[in-house]
Structure formats: C-alpha cells, structure tokens
Design a protein around this ligand. Structure first.
Ligand SMILES: Cc1cc2nc3c(=O)[nH]c(=O)nc-3n(C[C@H](O)[C@H](O)[C@H](O)COP(=O)(O)OP(=O)(O)OC[C@H]3O[C@@H](n4cnc5c(N)ncnc54)[C@H](O)[C@@H]3O)c2cc1C
Length: 358
C-alpha cells in the first residue's frame, strides 16, 4: 500500500480527518484503511447521535461549537436541533446550577428553565420532584450512520481512497493516523506504543411510543441517568449508562437490565412510557481514556492519533478532523488550541477535569 497518509479506521473520525486534510489543500494520496466496511462494530454506526455544547471545559465546548456549525450545513446528517434538557431535582440541583454558571462563563449556549418551562417542552413529564432544568437550545441529535456516510462521502468526493484491510504495522514512506475508535489502544499496542484507550460497552434501546406523539423530544436526561431522544417512525432511542460495566470488547444488549433498571426509571419520569414497545436493543463501544477526554496528538514524525473521545466523539468529529489536519500539515493547531488533548498528559498526571464528560 503506497500513500502519503494512511488513516487507520474509516469511522466518523478517520473520515473527517481525510475530508479535512483534502479540504485544507493536502495534495498527496490519502488512504483510509478500514477493516470492516459494514461498520457493524464501529461506534460511529452504533451511537445515540447526541450533540451538545454543554460541557464544563473550554476545549470541549469549542470542539462542539465548531462541529455544530459544520453539521448544521451537512444536511445529510439529519440534524434535529431539539435541544438537550438536563432535569434537576434535589439530588443534582446544586451540581447542575454550578454547571450552568461554568457553562455560561465559557460561552456555551444554555438556559436555566423553570418547571413551567420544562412542562412546555415536554408536557407529559412527571415533574413533582423537579426544581428546574438546564437546557441547551442549539443542541440536538443526528442520525449517526447518516453522519458517518456524510463524512465518508465528502472524503471520497475530494479524493480519499478507502481500502479494506487491517493495519498491523507501519510501512516505510507513509504518515499514519490512528483513528480506530475503541480499537485504538489495541492498534497502538500492536505498533509498540502504550495508549490508554479501553473499550467499554454502552447499551441503547429503540422503542415504539404507545401512541402517535405530536412533537419530537429534545434529548431528555433524568437526574437518575436514563435519557432518551426521538427517532424516526414514532420511536425513541434510550440509554442509561451502567457505571459498573466492565471494560472489554462486548456487544449486544442485556434485556434484563432494560426491564429491571431502564424501563422503571423511564416510567417514573414519564408514566405513559409504561406501554413502550421494545423494538431493538444493541451495544456499542465507548473509547474510554482515564479522564474521558479525547486525544489529538503527534506521537512521532510518522504517527499521529485522534481517538479516545469516550462516548462523545461523534459530536466532536468535525473539529477533530480539522485539528488533526492542521497538526499534520502545519505542525500546530490553528482553529483552536487543543494542546490539552495531548497523549502525554496521562504520564504527566495533567488530566482534564470536565465532569460533564461523565
Ligand atoms: C452506544 C453508543 C452511544 C454513543 N452516543 C454518542 C452520542 O450521543 N454522541 C457522541 O458524540 N458520541 C456518541 N458515542 C461515541 C461515538 O460513537 C464515538 O466517539 C465515535 O463514533 C468514534 O468514532 P471513530 O471513528 O473514532 O470510531 P469507530 O466508529 O469505532 O471507527 C473506528 C474504525 O476503525 C476500524 N479499525 C479498527 N482497527 C483497525 C485496524 N487495525 N485497521 C483498519 N481499521 C481498523 C474499525 O473497524 C472501525 O470501523 C456513542 C458510542 C456508543 C457506542
């Protein structure tokens, strides 16, 4: 395989890197190596699709703000700007208030809502215990597969070549970029480099609503963690992160946890959900780093990495592609300073503290 740049992994991040390199004027040959073009185990195809600029660190807010602008213009992503609504009751009220203040100070677009305003957005919610909510009006969700197709299509249009195959070692003469999502730690290890990215399963459930719903939900996040968004065909997609999920390459979903844990939490928040019909459940891999934030860095003259966004990579993919392109082509970040996302921060103990990444 001869190419000036070989991108390892053709998910949304690898595709965004290829697209941005070419859009930024790279004239050489770019090959994207993808070992499974069905994408059946790629996080990009299995994600929830949430996009929010509500974070507690400048880097993550800026990354999403940049990406939002791109996604708004990429109509193929099917972006639904319905907002992100974090509900607050006694258990998380002070935490969300603090988060609101920090987000505002960092210029994230968000508003604190009263219970009456929450009812206007989602009238069927059980609100007795609620004290308010944190809302991001510019946030929303995309169709993940459509977004992957959009970035890959753009990259191919500009001249990137997708090749089926697995990269196991570096051949001389090419620059490589590790963009292999949850597989990036294993890919790096095969190349003799330690990168702390571990796969952790996240489960999603798609359910049909019990009656024709007259509006689309925002992404609603209950204080207990269960969250949902609308999907096509009068359905919703639901998630509830399991804090005890062991790391590993595990897929599939656990129906027992849906019935015993997820559904009761949903019904508690929106009683009509007791008649939801489960259509499909699945699991995909979060690409976890020790501080749950991504890595964009140059490892050596011939090796770069853009991975480890720990469940938030889709919403940051446009910025990740742009910043990686800048790093490769100019040696520096230009659009925004992403040097805090260095690989070396883990060894130096300089972890990023953004509790909204959890
Ligand atoms: C259930 C779930 C819900 C999520 N929800 C959200 C969300 O709401 N919002 C959000 O922003 N993010 C979300 N994410 C995270 C998001 O999906 C990921 O951060 C993002 O898709 C990572 O993209 P990627 O291109 O790096 O990885 P992937 O899409 O996994 O692509 C990596 C590719 O690399 C290939 N590969 C691996 N090793 C090799 C090799 N050696 N050679 C060649 N190819 C290789 C794989 O086949 C794969 O296709 C979610 C993830 C999951 C699993």
């Amino acid at each position: 395989m001869t190419a000036d740049i070989i991108i390892i992994g053709g998910g949304v991040i690898g595709s965004s890197i290829a697209f941005n390199l070419l859009q930024d004027g790279f004239k050489g040959r770019i090959v994207v190596m993808e070992r499974d073009s069905s994408y059946q185990f790629a996080s990009s195809a299995l994600a929830m699709g949430g996009i929010r600029q509500q974070f507690m660190s400048a880097i993550n807010i800026r990354m999403v703000q940049y990406s939002l602008n791109v996604i708004e213009q990429l109509h193929d992503c099917q972006f639904r700007q319905r907002g992100y609504l974090f509900l607050a009751n006694e258990s998380n009220w002070s935490r969300l208030q603090r988060r609101y203040e920090i987000q505002k100070s960092l210029d994230a677009e968000c508003a604190w809502l009263s219970v009456t305003e929450i009812r206007e957005l989602v009238p069927e919610l059980h609100c007795d215990d609620l004290r308010g909510g944190l809302f991001g009006p510019k946030d929303g969700y995309v169709d993940p597969r459509a977004t992957l197709r959009a970035f890959r299509g753009k990259a191919e249009q500009l001249g990137a070549t997708y090749v089926s195959g697995e990269v196991r070692k570096l051949e001389p003469g090419s620059i490589y970029v590790i963009a292999a999502g949850a597989y990036s730690g294993a890919v790096a290890k095969a190349l003799g480099i330690e990168v702390p990215i571990t796969p952790v399963r996240q489960q999603l459930f798609r359910c049909e609503l019990p009656r024709p719903w007259t509006y689309e939900f925002p992404v609603v996040i209950d204080p207990g963690g269960v969250h949902w968004r609308s999907s096509a065909n009068n359905e919703i997609v639901i998630a509830k992160t399991n804090p005890d999920e062991p790391p590993g390459f595990r897929f599939g979903c656990d129906l027992e946890s849906f019935h015993n844990d997820v559904l009761p939490a949903l019904v508690n928040r929106l009683p009509e959900f007791r008649d939801l019909k489960l259509v499909f459940g699945w699991g995909g891999l979060y690409e976890m780093t020790p501080d749950h934030n991504g890595i964009i860095d140059r490892i050596s003259d011939r090796l770069y990495i853009a991975a480890g966004f720990s469940g938030h990579g889709l919403m940051m993919s446009a910025a990740t592609g742009k910043l990686t392109s800048e790093l490769i082509q100019t040696g520096h970040f230009q659009t925004l300073d992403a040097s805090v996302l260095s690989l070396g921060r883990f060894a130096r103990g300089e972890l990023i503290n953004d509790e909204a990444m959890l």
